[in-house]
Design a protein around this ligand. Structure first.
Ligand code: ATP
Ligand code: MG
Length: 204
């Protein structure tokens, strides 16, 4: 019997902090695309977030670890955290492709991030090394992907797969804002993450 080609999802993000929106999108992608695994990749230095408070990479790594540990199919990678300089998705996808060119690699983003992709570093390389899954996200329309065709061309657009996921209007910025105001973040992030943030005063 011929073994089916392995398919692995890569979920990049700042995860500042990780929340249920990220986890639901990753699990929905795993289900819909029959992925063997989803690897979460916390960014080291996010190139587009230089101006906002980003928690220490080790805190973000550990919070992400706590959030994914209970899912058999979820894993975490330090590749961006351990790499010097800004964390470019193109470098990360090239890294995983090199690691195993026989795997079908899928990069998972939300509907907001996919729309920024033309502005990302080296989009050609991104499309060469992975297919993209664009998860729906409240406040952002997946229909706008078609509009990227003018900038990117037909072929790359065919490699973007829109995916409706259960809608969770949660963002890390909103969570940081709630913490600043002393509001509860219960049920927005996994309990272990909530406790980690409180114990180590991650956001002051
Ligand atoms: P911030 O508000 O700080 O930008 P964020 O909540 O957008 O944080 P990121 O770490 O920037 O989280 O996002 C990582 C990836 O997860 C992106 O591709 C983003 O589009 C996706 N994502 C984040 N929140 C959701 C959500 N609620 N539903 C679907 N996708 C999401
Ligand atoms: Mg974001």
């Amino acid at each position: 019997m011929v073994k089916a080609r392995r398919a692995i999802g890569l979920m990049g993000g700042t995860f500042n902090p990780i929340h249920y929106g990220h986890l639901v999108a990753a699990e929905a992608a795993r289900d819909a695309f029959n992925l063997d695994q989803v690897i979460f990749i916390p960014a080291g230095q996010p190139p587009h977030k230089a101006d906002i408070h980003v928690a220490d990479p080790e805190h973000r790594y550990l919070m992400t670890f706590l959030a994914i540990v209970s899912n058999q199919h979820f894993a975490i990678s330090r590749v961006e955290i351990d790499r010097e300089g800004p964390s470019y998705t193109s470098d990360t996808l090239a890294h995983f492709h090199r690691l195993d060119p026989t795997v079908a690699w899928y990069f998972i983003t939300g509907a907001d991030a996919i729309l920024d992709i033309v502005a990302w570093h080296n989009p050609d390389s991104i499309f060469r090394h992975a297919e993209l899954i664009a998860a729906s996200r409240p406040g952002y329309s997946l229909e706008r992907i078609q509009a990227l065709e003018q900038q990117l061309g037909k072929e790359p657009i065919a490699r973007i797969h829109p995916l409706e996921v259960p809608a969770l209007a949660i963002s890390s910025s909103q969570i940081r804002e709630r913490l600043k105001q002393g509001l509860s973040i219960k049920y927005l992030v996994p309990e272990a993450v909530e406790h980690y943030i409180a114990k180590y005063h991650v956001y002051g």
